[in-house]
Ligand binder design. Structure first.
Ligand code: NI
Length: 148
């Protein structure tokens, strides 16, 4: 049996956009990120607690020449992630969104995009972290690596 240890270093609330179709799929996507063994490891290591993980409103964050993939409000009070494809016909690649999440997590410590920011981002988004913990996870809980 899986034994889960309650940790304060996690996302307290997860919320998808209720007015978009298949809101439950977005919610499951966010839950998968929040419970990703690599993400859990990183958050525990740096003692990060994020009160709210939110699906980003895609339209309000797109202009003709740019689109925001993620946002961090008030140093980790809220992290928003763009989950859906540009044409709303599906969801973005899991690992790509997870990379964006790592970028936004690093903004808990650093506001701008200076050297220290990128150093931290590369540490917490290192594929090694996710590989190591993914295999550990597979070993104990078995498979379940579905793609969105
Ligand atoms: Ni940024």
């Amino acid at each position: 049996m899986a034994r889960t240890t309650p940790t304060p270093y996690t996302f307290r609330t997860i919320r998808s956009l209720p007015h978009l179709p298949h809101s439950a799929t977005s919610h499951a996507f966010l839950t998968r990120l929040a419970t990703d063994p690599g993400i859990r490891h990183v958050m525990a290591k740096y003692k990060w607690t994020v009160p709210l993980l939110l699906e980003m409103e895609p339209l309000g964050n797109t202009t003709h020449d740019s689109k925001t993939l993620g946002l961090n409000r008030n140093r980790g009070a809220v992290i928003e992630l763009r989950l859906r494809t540009d044409w709303y016909d599906g969801w973005r690649d899991y690992k790509t969104v997870r990379k964006t999440l790592c970028h936004e997590l690093a903004h808990i410590v650093w506001d701008g995009h200076g050297r220290e920011f990128w150093d931290l981002t590369s540490i917490i988004s290192s594929p090694l972290v996710y590989l190591a913990f993914a295999c550990f996870f597979c070993f104990f809980f078995g498979g379940g690596v579905g793609g969105y």
